[in-house]
Design a protein around this ligand. Structure first.
Ligand code: SF4
Length: 474
């Protein structure tokens, strides 16, 4: 690690050798990646891709007491409109009974600004955002145009930081910089680690003025975990993971999504960081460990019955809570399998195809295998070293599962759907639409009001697949 001294995070192409193109059997993909054949593999054919601004705005607009300034041309913020419902639901689920939705502005750069520079507009936007909203933090999300013309967003943040009360967080998120949209997660955490997380013990201890209160706080922190949620985790997902961690006697500091900036300031004082998806959180957890010594566990997504058990065991082993975890897993899985009994007999032998981010696709496919379904094909957006842990599980059951590594690429999706003819296609809406056009039953792999994580998530996914298939196969 140790990328933090640089102004911006590296591209995932360099940091992880991420590949965005592969077609073949699941038994081959990890072997080829480790052998070097797939590292950094690019596409010779592409119908389009997804700019890293999309996942960046999904996370940033969910933050509390924060204004996002999209520094660029007006269209760069367009994706925020599609994220409005998720943001409002996230705010509602985290306790805001009157959610206001995404709070974002655009500097609306035009041709004139391309010639004369956009710095003045950005300064005015920061001052105006501070005056109008008095937020805790102002995020400057730099896009392609300022990246090309060389606007100094870090210099402006430095210049204005003494003049306004909000913390200013410049994020280098130019779409042209990378073909791996997950680079956005590193770009966000990079800025937060440089500009917000400072290791100063003022957010909690500072407000206690007697020894007993300080001691109680110290005890609380010895059981406090940073839970790294992701933008494709719903409120019910978060509640389920908090429920399981609370049952082990642990408290949760949830970040980055739906968090207040203080959650980042508190992060260096937690006993452990707990990852939910390595694609999202490895950059933050590794740097937090490197800089502030906070240990971490991760690499495993708690989607699926076995996966949730592995995730809980990882956390429990750090705190010496193995026996409690085993008891919890036993109780939860027994209750779950009892509830699943009438459903799994309908799902047995049904076929599925899935697409989404790497970890989510693989982990959900593993769950479907646990439910007795056959996986015909998976389409992760990219592939890197993190995928191996799930690929090994899928391969053990069926080494012939087809893998199509592709971000978007509907032409490849339709070809594969027509050849595989699955009973159900489980993906994000942008992919599901192609399966629906092919006459295949679909289920969203993420939807703001549903639950996917933990034991409750496993039941809900099974129940909804069953309902869809019953309707579709009548
Ligand atoms: S690719 Fe560049 S110009 Fe297009 S939306 Fe992304 S940041 Fe904006």
């Amino acid at each position: 690690m140790s990328y933090i001294e640089s102004k911006s995070a590296p591209r995932r192409e360099e940091r992880l050798g991420t590949c965005i193109e592969f077609g073949g059997a699941i038994g081959e993909i990890h072997e080829q990646f480790c052998g070097g054949c797939l590292r950094n593999r690019r596409r010779s054919f592409s119908q389009g891709t997804i700019c890293q601004l999309l996942p960046a705005t999904a996370i940033l607009t969910s933050l509390k007491d924060t204004v996002v300034i999209v520094h660029g041309s007006i269209g760069c913020g367009g994706a925020v409109h599609s994220q409005g419902a998720s943001v409002r639901l996230g705010q509602f689920n985290s306790g805001d009974k009157n959610p206001k939705g995404a709070l974002w502005l655009s500097t609306n750069l035009n041709e004139r600004d391309v010639v004369r520079g956009g710095e003045q507009k950005l300064k005015e936007a920061i001052v105006e955002a501070d005056k109008r909203y008095r937020p805790e933090a102002i995020i400057v999300l730099s896009t392609c145009v300022p990246g090309i013309i060389g606007d100094d967003i870090d210099g402006i943040a430095n210049e204005l930081s003494g003049q306004i009360s909000a913390a200013i967080l410049p994020i280098h998120c130019e779409g042209f910089k990378t073909k791996i949209m997950a680079t956005a997660y590193d770009a966000i955490f990079h800025s937060f680690l440089r500009n917000l997380v400072n290791g100063k013990d003022e957010t909690e201890y500072g407000i206690y003025n007697n020894e007993l209160a300080v001691e109680q706080e110290r005890l609380r922190r010895s059981r406090l975990v940073n839970l790294l949620n992701v933008s494709s985790m719903t409120g019910p997902d978060q509640n389920e993971l908090i429920r399981l961690l609370n049952k082990l006697g642990l408290e949760v500091n949830m970040l980055p999504c739906d968090a207040h900036p203080d959650a980042f300031r508190l992060a260096p004082f937690a006993a452990l960081s707990v990852g939910v998806c390595p694609t999202h959180d490895d950059y933050f957890m590794k740097h937090l460990h490197e800089k502030y010594g906070v240990p971490f566990v991760g690499g495993q997504m708690p989607i699926g019955i076995g996966n949730t058990g592995i995730w809980l065991r990882q956390v429990a082993s750090f705190f010496g809570l193995e026996a409690a975890a085993e008891k919890l897993i036993e109780t939860e899985t027994k209750e779950l399998w009892d509830a699943l009994a009438p459903i799994v007999k309908n799902l047995k032998g049904k076929t599925a195809m899935l697409s989404a981010g790497e970890m989510r696709t693989f982990a959900t496919a593993v769950l479907l295998q646990e439910l007795g379904m056959d996986i015909l094909a998976v389409r992760p957006y990219h592939y890197d070293e993190f995928g191996a842990v799930e690929v090994e599980k899928l391969e053990k059951v069926d080494p012939g599962i087809r893998v199509n590594v592709a971000t978007a690429q509907p032409f490849e999706a339709v070809n594969l759907i027509k050849r595989a003819k699955p009973d159900i296609y489980i993906g994000h809406n942008s992919d599901n639409i192609w399966a629906a056009k092919c006459g295949v039953s679909i289920l969203p792999i993420y939807g703001a009001g549903y639950i996917y994580c933990g034991y409750a998530g496993a039941f809900d996914i099974a129940k909804r697949i069953n309902r869809h298939l019953k309707k579709h196969l009548l």
